[in-house]
Design a protein around this ligand. Structure first.
Ligand SMILES: CC(C)(COP(=O)(O)OP(=O)(O)OC[C@H]1O[C@@H](n2cnc3c(N)ncnc32)[C@H](O)[C@@H]1OP(=O)(O)O)[C@@H](O)C(=O)NCCC(=O)NCCS
Length: 148
């Protein structure tokens, strides 16, 4: 089993869209096509703050982590917000999710990011079992106003 974590490539598009659909189903959302198209464009755009790391298992795209690097007020180095993490359900439990997070931790150390952080649903027990191995949930509660 060969697992590689690398940047997204244009040729990943079809496989990524299949995984993205699975991610939408998991969250019971329907991200409009126009938004998905924009997200994919941003992922490939080096000028965008948004970036994707792809998990390739034996040559097949099986997972992704999409993050945003942003400036912060409490630190000089940029903060990395991990927005979307997904692993194909056919390969779960094999360490792919962990490898995607490990990769971000490694980049944070080598590139001088000040923080890596993410949110999850309180009841996402599977994900939290993985996340609890990295840090203690910090107790912050999220408030959100969506503007359609
Ligand atoms: C969360 C997710 C990314 C984990 O990916 P994964 O490749 O299966 O995770 P790993 O194989 O690296 O597992 C790491 C740890 O997660 C936990 N875990 C993984 N699969 C599990 C399962 N089926 N049941 C219970 N715990 C599980 C275990 O604690 C495991 O650690 P261990 O190997 O020391 O026991 C994946 O389950 C997923 O895509 N879920 C749906 C989308 C989602 O919840 N995304 C996160 C939103 S914030």
């Amino acid at each position: 089993m060969t697992l590689e974590i690398r940047d997204a490539k244009p040729e990943d598009e079809a496989d990524w869209r299949r995984l993205w659909t699975g991610y939408n189903i998991f969250y019971k959302v329907m991200v409009p096509d126009e938004v998905t198209d924009t997200t994919w464009r941003r992922v490939l755009d080096p000028a965008s703050a948004l970036f994707m790391r792809a998990a390739v298992l034996d040559g097949r795209l099986v997972g992704f982590a999409i993050s945003v690097l942003h400036e912060a007020t409490w630190t000089i180095g940029p903060a990395c917000y991990l927005e979307d993490l997904f692993v194909d359900d056919s390969v779960r439990g094999k360490g792919v999710g962990r490898a995607l997070i490990d990769d971000l931790v490694e980049q944070a150390k080598t590139k001088g990011w000040s923080k890596l952080y993410w949110h999850t649903d309180e009841n996402n027990i599977t994900a939290r079992r993985l996340y609890d191995q990295y840090a203690k949930a910090d107790g912050h509660v999220r408030y959100r106003i969506s503007f359609p």
